[in-house]
Design a protein around this ligand. Structure first.
Ligand SMILES: [Zn+2]
Length: 269
């Protein structure tokens, strides 16, 4: 029991570090895509951390996820500027994710569910703020889904995973074509193709339909957008695709790991 607690604690520490990286990723990647980088120090995802207010290099001992923010009461040591509270929130959520899954699932399932959750979190935050689904995140997510399915790590198998990817991506193509041909407008961007393809790779075609059902039931997207400030050039009525489909897919993955979808979808073939 003591070892279990230790493993969970270590996983939470790793999770907090992932959260720290996600704050960098969700801030800088959209800037890199949209070309709104204000300072060359923010031009990379992997470099050392700099203060978001004054660009001063942050020493490693002042860059400890969760702890630094608490000890410095949300203020930067260099300039006294505010460190955004949502950096701290994201680190806490990311620290909790593997802990919650390890308490309820075996190690392998907990790891795959955590991985999917981290990708989903990054995509949801970026999509709500900027109406973007960066290929740099969606394509690795899709490849990871195919690899995990082929290696027998996911509940779905390699064939279903591939079929799901083609199904998810194909739906985007079909809707895009119908929109252009009938109304002359794009109902959804082709940028969503790898996003929906990636979801299909993780849950298979039947899981993909189920994910939409769960997602549309459970995610008040319009409300989420009011909580998080978005780019001024994002149109008011535009709805991001990532939140409903990724939350729906996570619910589908959790239910299938629990074995609750087998009677419904014959997941094990
Ligand atoms: Zn500073």
């Amino acid at each position: 029991m003591a070892t279990d607690t230790l493993i969970i604690l270590i996983a939470c520490v790793y999770g907090a570090c992932v959260g720290s990286f996600l704050t960098v990723l969700t801030t800088r990647l959209p800037m890199m895509i949209l070309g709104t980088i204000k300072s060359p120090v923010f031009d990379t995802l992997w470099g050392r951390s700099h203060c978001p207010n004054c660009n001063t290099l942050i020493p490693f001992y002042r860059n400890i996820p969760v702890v630094t923010w608490l000890f410095q009461l949300g203020r930067a040591k260099c300039c006294g500027g505010k460190i955004p509270g949502n950096y701290f929130m994201l680190e806490i959520v990311c620290a909790a994710i593997p802990g919650v899954f390890l308490l309820n699932f075996d190690t392998q399932s907990a790891l795959t569910l955590s991985l999917f959750s981290y990708f989903a979190l990054a995509l949801i935050i970026i999509d709500i703020r900027h109406l973007l689904a960066p290929f740099a995140i969606t394509i690795p997510l899709g490849v990871l889904g195919l690899v995990l399915a082929a290696s027998g790590t996911l509940e779905t198998n390699a064939m279903k995973s591939l079929a799901g990817a083609l199904f998810g991506g194909g739906i985007v193509l079909v809707l895009y074509a119908i929109g252009r041909l009938t109304t002359g407008r794009e109902w959804l961007g082709l940028g969503d193709l790898p996003l929906l393809g990636a979801v299909g790779a993780w849950v298979g075609p039947d899981g993909f339909i189920l994910s939409w059902a769960f997602g549309l039931m459970g995610v008040p997207v319009a409300y989420l957008r009011r909580l998080m400030p978005s780019d001024p050039d994002v149109p008011e009525g535009a709805l991001p695709m990532a939140p409903p489909i990724l939350v729906g897919a996570l619910i589908t993955l959790i239910l299938s790991e629990l074995g609750l979808l087998i009677p419904l979808l014959e997941y094990n073939n």
